[in-house]
Design a protein around this ligand. Structure first.
Ligand code: UD1
Ligand code: CA
Length: 459
């Protein structure tokens, strides 16, 4: 069966990041840049052809780690090692074996261009369907510094791409920039790349030289343009922050288009995998870490932080709530201010409204966990579970020392330290009994005043 091939260039350290980790594993909205690119590739699958993916990585452990990251997003991604980073043109040839399998269309993408979308790749494929041999994705840059410039002739046809370091002042004034993304539909693509030389200021093999070479042999090269915001290249941490901001804008728009209300969208932070249902209300200053799902009609109140959590329909979370991984909330659960929930399943209608830590356990249907309750889940070595039965009531300021089970419908008196199981419908109180001394306070005060007066009189 015919197939397409996407070659994603992801080798090298990305020196300007000043990082001990490879550039492409740095994250945007909780997902690596490489993960974003592969997600776009995956969504550009065509109906009639298989889309294979080759990821070009550095040698050694760094490359192995990048390859593993690639397969987290695209199981079928194959990695190819580029032994030495001699430029983007050389990097494409590292995937020579994948080219030998005669793909119909070859896409080349960069791992440091994380905002690319599947739709843009589909548009590039259409340019080839319409007859072009090569399509290059370009954008009109507000500030073209650092990008390769797309050079055209009087008729507007592309003649080549010149890197900034090699450009003449006239060429530097060009604002049409190369995004790095290209698509080819020519046989023997490797032969074209083999003709690229490192005859330039940086002494590198430039992928971009493929354009002039293609033109020289009479191939039809078309420019596809896109919004600058879809192809920002990330070379340093400032550009990483710009990409994050652009991605967040996109995620906020998407959430609203899909039916969530964001009162102050610019203050809400999403992860790439956040899922919100319809009629979800998100108040200001909410942060969604990775792995959060919120069902229809739930409300996330101001200043809450959620990660790895599933929030059921109609829940009200916050303000100032923290849901950590494994917080699994049924319908109409209430989590109030300064409540932290980690690895706890809470059944429909249960509540923990104030100042609590619930870690490792279950809370039954309609159970009420009072203010200041702590699930004491950790003994310094192991984690243990706390089970609170359906309809149970935990009085305020109680410590439930796990492993422990509070039965269905049971009561725990306020201020208890519960270290043994409590039977269904029982009351457990574990606190010092109250003692009352009638009139004691008045007598204490009077004695104090008497002594003070006597001392004064003495001088
Ligand atoms: C590149 C383009 C430039 C374009 C810009 C868009 C070239 C020569 N220049 O410049 O025209 O405007 O991107 O963002 O193509 N890589 C390898 N092996 C290598 C070198 C790079 O795999 O030997 C990978 C990097 O991991 C990176 C990508 O290729 O993800 C781009 O390389 P980078 O060095 O960032 O190129 P730019 O200078 O940004
Ligand atoms: Ca780059």
């Amino acid at each position: 069966m015919a197939h397409d091939l996407a070659i994603v260039l992801a080798a090298g350290k990305g020196t300007r990041m000043r990082s001990s980790r490879p550039k492409v594993v740095h994250k945007i909205a909780g997902r690596s840049m490489l993960g974003h690119v592969l997600t776009a590739v995956n969504s550009a699958q065509s109906v009639d052809r298989d889309l294979r993916c080759a990821v070009v990585v550095s040698a050694g452990e760094v490359g192995t780690a990048v390859g593993a990251e690639a397969r987290r997003f695209l199981e079928t991604a194959e990695t190819f090692v580029q032994a030495e980073q001699r430029g983007t043109g050389d990097a494409v040839l590292a995937a020579r074996d994948a080219l030998r399998a005669n793909p119909e269309t070859v896409f080349v993408l960069f791992g440091d261009t994380p905002l690319i979308t599947g739709q843009i790749l589909t548009e590039m494929r259409s340019a080839l369907d319409d007859g072009a041999d090569v399509a290059v994705l370009a954008f009109d840059a507000e500030n073209p510094t650092g990008y390769g410039r797309v050079v055209t002739d009087e008729s507007g046809a592309v003649t080549g791409i010149v890197e900034e370091k090699d450009a003449t002042p006239d060429q530097r004034a060009i604002h049409l920039c190369n995004s790095g993304v290209m698509a080819f539909r020519i046989g023997e693509l490797a032969a074209l790349f083999d003709r690229i030389t490192a005859n330039n200021v940086q002494g590198e093999y430039y992928l971009t030289d493929a354009i002039a070479l293609a033109r020289a042999v009479g191939l039809d090269v078309q420019v596809v343009t896109c919004d600058e915001r879809a192809v920002l290249g990330v070379n340093d941490r400032q550009q990483l922050a710009v990409a994050e901001r652009l991605y967040q804008d996109r995620a906020r728009r998407r959430a609203m288009v899909e039916g969530a209300t964001l009162i102050a969208p610019e203050t809400v932070w999403f992860s790439a995998d956040t899922q919100l249902g319809t009629d979800v209300l998100v108040e200001p200053n909410v942060i969604f870490g990775p792995g959060v799902q919120v069902a229809d009609t739930a409300t996330i109140r101001a200043n809450s932080y959620l990660e790895g959590a599933s929030v059921g329909p109609g829940c009200i979370i916050g303000p100032f709530a923290r849901l950590r991984p494994g917080a699994d909330l049924g319908a109409d659960v209430r989590i109030g201010n300064f409540v932290e929930v980690k690895n706890v399943t809470m059944a429909d209608g249960s509540k923990a409204n104030h100042l609590s830590y619930l870690g490792d356990g279950t809370v039954g249907r309609g159970a009420n966990v009072g203010a200041g309750t702590i699930f004491c889940n950790y003994d310094g070595f192991n984690k243990h579970r706390t089970e609170v039965g359906d309809g149970a009531f935990i009085g305020s300021n109680s410590a439930l020392v796990a492993p422990v089970r509070i039965g269905t419908g049971a009561f725990v008196g306020s201020g208890s330290v519960i270290s043994k199981d409590v039977a269904d419908d029982a009351l457990a109180i574990a606190r010092a009994p109250q003692e009352v001394r009638e009139d004691w306070a008045r007598r204490f005060r009077e004695r104090g005043e008497r002594l003070k007066k006597a001392a004064k009189a003495k001088g």
